[in-house]
Design a protein around this ligand. Structure first.
Ligand code: NAP
Length: 501
């Protein structure tokens, strides 16, 4: 172990793969970089196609053995609750690992990401005790009963922007419905997934039920997505990767859910509660260093309010506390990787040709000797055609446009290849109802930043995704439905083969 801290927490020297209850090595060692100072934090032992195959086989064997899939409800619930408790008990450590790995401010990791991971396990532990099933009695002499069974082996591929919060959702759901799984974190952000798997084993999950493979998307992820023994695949990440994964899985007829990118409109009407809308708009784009699929990155303000709102927004953004994400009062830390930092900055080159005005930022932060710190950036765009209004930038990068009428606002909001979230701020009930009717997005928040209600479906329209995540949506995805028809009466059967010789 290296980087032993005063706390006793540490980053592993090498991030190994977890296959059939054992931590084992892999092929190439890929560096994991600390985004705060650009030093090598650790390495991952990349899982080859053979390692992925071993992980899938371990999951398959554990599933067939029924040690987890066949457990009774109470045993399964107890274990899921125990995992949640262990996550809570290690929340400071998990937040520290997440921040150290991806640069998200520690206060946000501790207050939001880690509690969310614990809640995911508690939510599904409770959900499974409330599952109901149907019985059909209308057909005379038959009772048809609908039940659900675990599917088998779930492949769970997660992104780097909020690893513990997002990967825990997939793991909790897959396990709750009795499946075995193979988890593939992003090569950028292996640390909390590894620690979470350790805690899950400490809670007592049988060997082979959860497996973890580290490695790049091109090698490890692609091998997992294409594996014929995977029964379902749940993916969160970028839209281009989602397409590749769906094609690979499609060749095996493996069902997928895809939680993909977004470019969500945040629509602010002149009658909105100004202060709340301002707070909400800042939270929606600058939380998690702007690296969030649900960012309200296209801010649309009604014309009569625009100058006052934009001025106040820029003033507040100028005062964001940028710095070491391990410091408690930091509001913006570094972007997660050099490649991503360069991509975010590259959008500045598009501004002039699109007639956009740069109101704040647009460059790496000054005063940092190293690290991927990028200034909160605000752009005013003349229309929605601007590249910065169409492409997901995934950083602390807000765009402003104005609109006159509600119809114009809906048209701009819907003029996007994405459709993940929508945000609307208004005190007028009729406008809120109209937004509900017209905004084309999987989730819509009225007078609120994102609120994640796990009972309700989360996911996107258009290129923002395929399928949904929620209690019921995960039940449908992570279990097979079976109809069993019982004969209950006396039904004569037609007799075949009674003809003459
Ligand atoms: P990404 O580049 O698409 O990667 C996501 C995961 O897929 C990583 O584990 C990646 O591995 C892996 N991967 C890459 N290529 C693969 C392939 N050919 N086959 C199988 N796996 C492959 O996404 P990201 O940059 O990590 O995350 C940012 C994106 O995620 C944004 O677009 C964001 O909007 C989206 N996101 C969506 C949601 C949602 O709920 N809708 C939530 C969070 C993030 P490596 O990283 O190791 O290459």
């Amino acid at each position: 172990m290296l980087a032993q801290k005063e706390t006793g927490w540490s980053v592993p020297d090498v991030c190994l793969n977890f296959i059939n209850g054992k931590w084992v090595g892999g092929g190439a060692q890929l560096p994991v970089i600390n985004p705060t100072n650009e030093t090598v934090l650790t390495h991952i032992a990349e899982a080859s196609a053979q390692d992925v195959d071993a992980a899938v086989q371990a999951a398959r064997e554990s599933f067939e053995a029924g040690e987890w899939a066949g457990t009774d409800l109470e045993t399964r619930q107890r274990l899921l609750f125990r995992i949640a408790d262990l996550i809570d008990q290690h929340s400071d450590e998990l937040a520290w690992l997440e921040t150290t790995n991806i640069g998200a401010p520690i206060a946000q990791c501790r207050a939001r990401h880690v509690p969310r991971a614990a809640y995911n396990f508690r939510f599904f532990a409770e959900y499974i005790s409330q599952i109901r099933s149907d019985a059909y009695t209308q057909l005379e002499n038959y009772l048809s009963v609908v039940t659900r069974e675990p599917v088998g082996v779930a492949a769970l591929i997660g992104p780097w922007n909020a690893p513990i919060a997002l990967t825990s959702m997939k793991i909790a759901a897959a396990l709750a419905f009795g499946n075995s799984c193979v988890v593939k974190p992003s090569e950028v952000s292996p640390l909390t997934a590894i620690r979470m798997v350790e805690l899950i084993c400490e809670a007592g999950l049988p060997a082979g039920v959860i497996n973890l493979v580290n490695g790049s998307g091109a090698v490890t992820g692609a091998a997992l997505a294409a594996h014929p023994e995977v029964d379902v695949l749940s993916f969160t990440g970028g839209t281009a990767t989602g397409r590749a994964i769906m094609s690979a899985a499609g060749r095996n007829l493996t069902p997928v859910t895809l939680e993909l990118g977004g470019k969500s409109a945040n629509i602010i009407f002149a009658d909105a509660d100004f202060d709340r809308a301002l707070d909400g708009a800042l939270l929606s784009i600058f939380s998690n260093n702007g690296q969030q699929c649900l960012a309200g990155s296209r801010i649309l303000v009604q014309e009569e309010l625009a100058d006052r709102f934009i001025e106040a927004f820029v003033e507040r953004a100028r005062k964001l506390r940028i710095g070491d994400p391990l410091l408690e009062d930091t509001e913006i830390g570094p972007l997660a990787t050099k490649q991503h930092f360069e991509r975010v900055h590259s959008f500045i080159d598009t501004l002039e040709a699109d007639g956009c005005e740069l109101l704040l930022g647009g460059k790496p932060c000054e005063g940092f000797e190293s690290g991927y710190y990028y200034e909160p950036t605000i752009v005013r765009a003349p229309n929605n055609k601007a590249v910065v209004c169409q492409e997901e930038i995934f950083g602390p990068f807000a765009t402003f446009q104005t609109f006159r009428t509600a119809d114009e606002a809906w048209a701009i909001a819907n003029d996007s290849k994405f459709g993940l979230l929508g945000y609307v701020w208004t005190t007028d009930y009729a406008t809120a109802m109209a937004a509900h009717e017209h905004v084309k997005s999987g989730v819509l928040c009225i007078n609120s930043p994102i609120i994640r209600e796990l009972r309700a479906p989360f996911g996107g329209y258009k290129e923002s995704g395929v399928g949904r995540e929620s209690g019921a949506a995960c039940e449908a995805f992570y279990s097979e439905v079976k109809t069993t028809a019982f004969l209950t009466g006396d039904v004569p059967l037609r007799k075949l083969g009674m003809g003459g010789a």
